[in-house]
Write a protein that binds this ligand. Structure first.
Ligand SMILES: [Zn+2]
Length: 250
């Protein structure tokens, strides 16, 4: 006796159950606390392989979660982008294979290579690349959609239909965030206070403070930069100046 062929609905249900089972397993293997600790270690400058090994997970587990957990990908990619070695170019074979860099650009290079190997060609809309550029520049999908003259809902629909486009948009979002964060970190390293740096760069300090409370890796990046720059708050600076003057008076 042969089993009756599965209907389309049964196949979809089975795929969904399978996906959920794999995600639950991933949550057990690499729980939330470990994710946070990994981000903080990366923000402190520990290399990915080493940071993962310290927490008993593999680089593979860390990166495969980034394929389906969008929030995780955002946090991981941001910290990888701002801490990567800028002495060589990224998104290249050399960087991915020889330097073993796993920043979003280098992973994208590898994904593109794999895609070409599968000779899977997806027909992309002509506005896709302009939209990705606009997202990187403006930092928001709604603004980018307006800039290229399509509806925001169209962008989201195309993101669901074209995984490669969706990945490019997500990378552009995180690149925008990294581009904003870099000068801020630079200013802190040069000794500026967070308030002064935000004011100079036209960034809302309240936004940074909110992000800082909710994303430990950002807090670590900012703290490390402040520490490198002397790490004094305004009142500490005043106190030290007063101390310095009184010493000079003697
Ligand atoms: Zn890289």
């Amino acid at each position: 006796m042969t089993k009756p062929a599965r209907t389309g609905a049964e196949k979809r249900l089975h795929a969904e159950q399978e996906r959920r089972r794999r995600q639950q397993q991933a949550d057990r293997d690499f729980p939330h606390e470990a994710q946070t600790l990994l981000l903080v270690a990366l923000a402190r400058g520990v290399p990915l392989g080493e940071a993962a090994a310290d927490l008993g997970v593999t680089t593979q587990q860390v990166l495969s979660r980034a394929r389906w957990d969008r929030l995780w990908r955002r946090d991981l990619d941001l910290v990888l982008l701002v801490t990567r070695d800028e002495s060589h170019s990224h998104g290249t074979e050399y960087s991915y294979k020889d330097r073993r860099c796993r920043c979003p650009d280098c992973r994208a290079w590898n994904a593109e290579r794999a895609r070409q190997e599968r000779t899977q060609t997806l027909s992309e809309a002509p506005w896709h690349s302009a939209c990705v550029d606009a997202v990187a520049r403006l930092g928001r999908i709604s603004l980018a959609a307006a800039a290229v003259g399509v509806e925001r809902s169209t962008v989201h629909r195309h993101m669901q239909q074209h995984p490669a486009f969706a990945a490019n948009v997500d990378r552009a979002l995180v690149r925008h965030e990294a581009d904003q964060l870099r000068p801020l970190l630079e200013a802190l390293r040069e000794g500026s206070t967070l308030g002064a740096a935000c004011q100079t760069l036209g960034i809302a300090k309240s936004t940074i403070m909110y992000q800082r409370r909710t994303r430990p890796e950002l807090d670590m990046l900012l703290s490390a930069a402040s520490e490198a720059g002397g790490g004094y708050t305004r009142s500490e600076v005043r106190m030290r100046l007063a101390l310095h003057c009184s010493v000079a008076d003697q």
